[in-house]
Design a binder for this molecule. Sequence first.
Ligand code: ATP
Length: 193
Amino acid sequence: MKIGIFGGTFNPPHMGHIEAAKSAMQAANLDRLILVPSNIPPHKVLPENTANNEQRLLMTHMAAEEIGCEVSAIELMREGKSYTKDTIAFLAHKYPDDSLYFIMGTDMLRTFENWYCPEEILKHCTLLALCRTASERENMLVYKKNIEEHLGGNVIVVENEVLEVSSTDIRTHASSLVPKSIADYIEKNGLYK
Ligand code: ATP
C-alpha cells in the first residue's frame, strides 16, 4: 500500500493544504493519506493568540473530512519538538510492508537539506513536493536534483494546480480560502484576534 504523510502546523488548515493533499494523492496514486499536525515545529515560532493544540487537531480533522483522509496525533502526543525524522521512523516501523511518501510545499523542500537527519527521512520515504507559487516550478527541479545528489533520496515534483494561500494569510486577514467548517470554528471560538 502507498501511504502519504502530510505534516504541518495547520494553524489553521486552508484550501492550499487541501488542494495540495488531493493533488499529491492523485499524482502518486496514494491508497491512504495521513495528516500529522505538529506539536512544536522545529522551524517556526507559533504566533501569539494562536490556536492551541486541541483546536489545531480539531481543525485538522475538519480538513481531513474535506479531503477524505485520516489524521494522526502522534506528534502532539510525543511532546517536545516535532522532528519529521522521528515521525517517519515510527510510521516506517508501524507499516513495514508499505511505501511511505512525505508531502511538502516548496518552502519545505528548499530547506530540506538543513532538517534534522534528512538522510534518515529519505531512507524510509519518497518526498512528494508541491509548488506554492507558479514561479517556483523551475526551482523545484533544482532542489530535487540537489537533494537526490547530496542525500541520495527520491523526490517527486507534482504538477499541481497552485493555490497561493498560507495560514498566515488566514490568521491576519479574512480569506475565503478556508473550508466553511473551519471558518465557522475560527469565528465561533474567536481565534486569531
Ligand atoms: P504559516 O503561514 O503559519 O507559516 P503554512 O501556510 O506554511 O503556515 P503549514 O501548516 O506550516 O502552513 O504547512 C504545512 C505543509 O503544507 C508545508 O509542507 C507547506 O509547504 C505546505 N503548504 C502550505 N500551504 C500550501 C499551499 N498553498 N500549497 C502547497 N503546499 C502548501
